[in-house]
Design a protein around this ligand. Structure first.
Ligand SMILES: Cc1cc2nc3c(=O)[nH]c(=O)nc-3n(C[C@H](O)[C@H](O)[C@H](O)COP(=O)(O)OP(=O)(O)OC[C@H]3O[C@@H](n4cnc5c(N)ncnc54)[C@H](O)[C@@H]3O)c2cc1C
Length: 402
């Protein structure tokens, strides 16, 4: 009996640990392209950008954990091909490994600009090495331009602004997060940036990145030019699945799986950011790029491999993520996709401490909380059950409903 896990991050380590905690006796091997011990990604755009960051704090498990759990950990080795019929993976050093089960947990990689625009001084953050490079660059007190106002860009901008640096966010939307959270929440979040001295250039795109030996200017589509020493790309991510081309797997927006993590090929499973699991309630295939889902999917796959005679386990029905910006914790349960109404049910946008509910066709689909953990987490059950929104509103909510 053996399990080979490709990708040793949140999902992959959850598979390995889950197998052991479920009593799996066979060989468990985790292989990761990154040379470091497995580490957590969320700090990379937050505390890890500060000078006093100790990388040991970011490890997913202490070094001795793997031997203690009889998990073989191989780092610095990249999988380059999968023979799904033989359940055999080939690596960049020419070696091969075969197993009874292969779990694919290769996550995503940062979306970059075309090569000619990736001048020295243009960075993205996906790995510990990326984060360390940005940390070192921030220490020179650069003028920073963040391209894309999503979570990673907004978090890094808030750290840099906290260090007193000159920071500009360039965002194609009218406001960062407007497409996800609606105009009221987006305006509140933009207010945090402005209050911290971050300049927002919205509704405009980048036309060029220029410089002689390193980045010096960012040219915008409206003709303006920003003088800059450091550029951080926050352009989202793409599933790291190119190496699976030709394997026979369905690779439409990540690795297509059922609701238990099985791909269409026997003994081949997938979990985490690289995987698109079927939602058992809606029937949709959804790829989620959040820490909690990666962990839940990894744990579910471990259970389903270790205990094939028991009913299969899926991931939690309500996705969850958090983000830290300007000292405020943002938490989101469920989804905002396709919402047709928002309701402020706690606090106010100015405080800032608030909870906003997202509804579609009269039923709650999501809840966003800012500095309001206790007030937002209680909506998990209602979201899971798709409860009618009227029963969840208090007088504040009715007044603020959109
Ligand atoms: C900077 C940053 C901040 C984040 N902040 C938050 C947050 O605040 N809240 C939140 O909910 N989520 C956050 N996330 C997202 C969260 O970290 C991810 O959802 C989670 O890491 C996904 O885990 P994963 O194991 O699926 O994939 P990943 O963490 O992407 O790991 C995939 C692993 O596979 C390895 N790999 C890739 N290709 C190969 C190959 N061919 N061969 C071998 N190994 C390979 C990689 O080296 C990597 O270690 C953040 C992500 C980043 C990058």
């Amino acid at each position: 009996m053996s399990v080979l896990v490709i990708g040793g991050s949140v999902a992959g380590i959850a598979v390995a640990d889950g197998l052991r905690s479920q009593g799996y006796q066979g060989a468990v091997t985790v292989v990761d392209a990154d040379p470091s011990l497995p580490y957590d990604k969320p700090p990379l755009s937050k505390h890890a950008l500060k000078e006093d960051w100790d990388p040991i704090k970011g490890l997913l498990r202490p070094e001795e954990h793997y031997a203690a759990k009889d998990i073989e950990l191989v780092t610095g080795r990249t999988a380059v091909a999968l023979d799904a019929v033989r359940r055999t993976v080939r690596f960049d050093d020419g070696s091969e490994r075969q197993a009874d089960h292969v779990v694919l947990a290769t996550g995503v990689r940062a979306r970059l600009l075309p090569e000619e625009l990736m001048l020295p001084g243009v960075h993205a953050i996906r790995t510990a090495a990326d984060s360390a490079a940005v940390r070192a660059a921030l220490a020179d007190r650069p003028r920073l331009v963040v391209i894309g106002g999503g979570f990673i860009g907004a978090e890094a901008a808030s750290v840099a602004a906290g260090m007193g640096l000159e920071v500009t966010i360039v965002e194609a939307l009218p406001l960062p997060f407007q497409h996800l959270f609606g105009a009221d929440v987006a305006e509140a979040m933009a207010g945090w940036h402005r209050a911290a001295g971050v300049r927002l250039e919205c509704g405009v795109m980048v036309a060029g990145i220029e410089g002689a030996e390193r980045v010096e200017r960012v040219r915008l589509t409206d003709g303006r030019v920003l003088e800059v020493d450091l550029v951080l790309l926050g352009l989202g991510a793409v599933p790291a699945v190119d190496w699976l081309d030709g394997s026979g797997l369905d690779l439409d927006n990540g690795i297509t799986c059922d609701e238990d993590g099985r791909t269409g090929l026997p003994g081949i499973w997938a979990a985490g950011d690289a995987a698109t699991w079927r939602n058992p309630v809606t029937g949709d295939h959804v790829r989620v790029e959040h820490w909690t889902t990666a962990k839940e999917q990894g744990a579910a796959v471990a259970h389903n491999i270790a205990r094939p005679d028991e009913p299969a386990r899926g991931a939690g029905p309500v996705p969850y993520f958090w983000s830290d910006q300007h000292g405020l914790r943002v938490q989101f349960l469920g989804t905002s996709a396709g919402h047709d109404a928002t309701h402020l049910v706690h606090g106010s946008f100015d405080e800032p401490e608030f909870v906003v509910l997202y509804a579609r066709e009269g039923r709650i689909i999501g809840a966003l909380g800012v500095a309001a953990a206790r007030h937002v987490m209680k909506y998990r059950t209602a979201i899971s059950a798709g409860e009618r929104i009227e029963g969840l509103l208090d007088p504040v909510g009715e007044a603020a409903g959109a």
